[in-house]
Design a protein around this ligand. Structure first.
Ligand code: SIN
Length: 283
């Protein structure tokens, strides 16, 4: 039986008294999956995970994926483990996303089959800053004014592939003149979560997004209203990192962002993600 402590009203639960480096039984993994589907974000403190152990635990939830263009930042010997860090060695960054803010986003919403889950493990964290916030897109949809929900019903969003969540142009992309020409993927704005059947809002990221079939000014106005509505603390769980934390979230119903931190401090995180294997359909 898992020791589960909810962390915030809308989402998040801490699982205590578990060692993720141990060989977990299928029953325990099934229980973890059920609790994760309910709480959307799981937090495990005080873990000691080598890259091999992080990969082994992550693989209990599906096949692992890599991020196109970010392959040079994988952990040594583990192509499925992405380094997120501001640390440099001999002048070269060892990881991605630096020390700035990472804007609200859902991982890799710019591909057709985005990862259902991401797992982030903290190795070194700054004394302050660098918190990661998670937002329930179930709650954001459930609390939405009726007229706004009607305005997005049946609509599809184009998700830009060219920029990352720190606003940087990805190295494998070139800048287009007009953001409607940017490469990306299209997803319904309201989608049925494939495992829970609960409807969730799916916004990806704000930068360069547009509502397919709308004029740009109308698309911008609708997206501004939607993002304003989502900008409410009651939908959020804020995670203050300690070394040895493993946080696992459900990209199908959760967005996340990261606070900036002191560039002189060191922050090193290792991330895995589960490969998407099914198109998620409109609700
Ligand atoms: C991410 O956006 O996946 C990284 C979050 C973080 O660095 O805390």
């Amino acid at each position: 039986m898992l020791n589960v402590t909810p962390l915030a009203p809308a989402l998040g639960a801490e699982i205590r008294d578990i060692d993720l480096s141990a060989a977990l039984s299928d029953v325990t993994v099934d229980e973890l999956r059920a609790v994760w589907l309910e709480h959307q974000v799981l937090v495990f403190r005080d873990q000691k995970l080598s890259d091999a152990a992080l990969v082994a635990f992550s693989k209990r939830f599906g096949e692992l994926d890599t991020v196109p263009g970010w392959e040079p930042f994988s952990a040594q010997g583990y192509p499925e483990v992405l380094t997120i860090s501001n640390v440099t060695q001999e002048g070269a960054a060892i990881g991605v996303l630096g020390d700035g803010e990472a804007a609200w986003h859902t991982d890799m919403s710019y591909i057709d089959l985005p990862p259902p889950a991401s797992l982030l493990y903290s190795l070194e964290i700054p004394a302050e800053g660098g918190d990661t916030c998670f937002k329930s897109m179930y709650a954001a949809l459930e609390d939405m004014p009726v007229d706004l929900r009607q305005a997005i019903a049946g609509k599809v969003l184009n998700h830009d592939a060219s920029h990352d969540s720190s606003g940087q142009l990805r190295s494998n992309h070139v800048l287009a003149k007009d953001f409607s020409q940017m490469p990306g993927a299209r997803h319904p704005i309201i989608r049925a979560h494939p495992e829970t059947d609960r409807p969730a809002l799916y916004l990806g990221r704000r930068l360069n997004a547009y509502v397919v079939g709308e004029d740009m000014p109308d698309s911008e106005a609708l997206l501004d209203r939607l993002w304003d509505h989502c900008d409410q603390e009651r939908f959020v769980y804020r995670h203050r990192w300690q070394p040895g934390d493993l946080v696992m979230w459900d990209n199908r119903c959760v967005m996340h962002r990261r606070d900036p931190f002191d560039p002189a401090a060191r922050r090193i995180m290792h991330r895995t993600q589960i490969k998407g294997d099914a198109l998620v359909v409109a609700y």
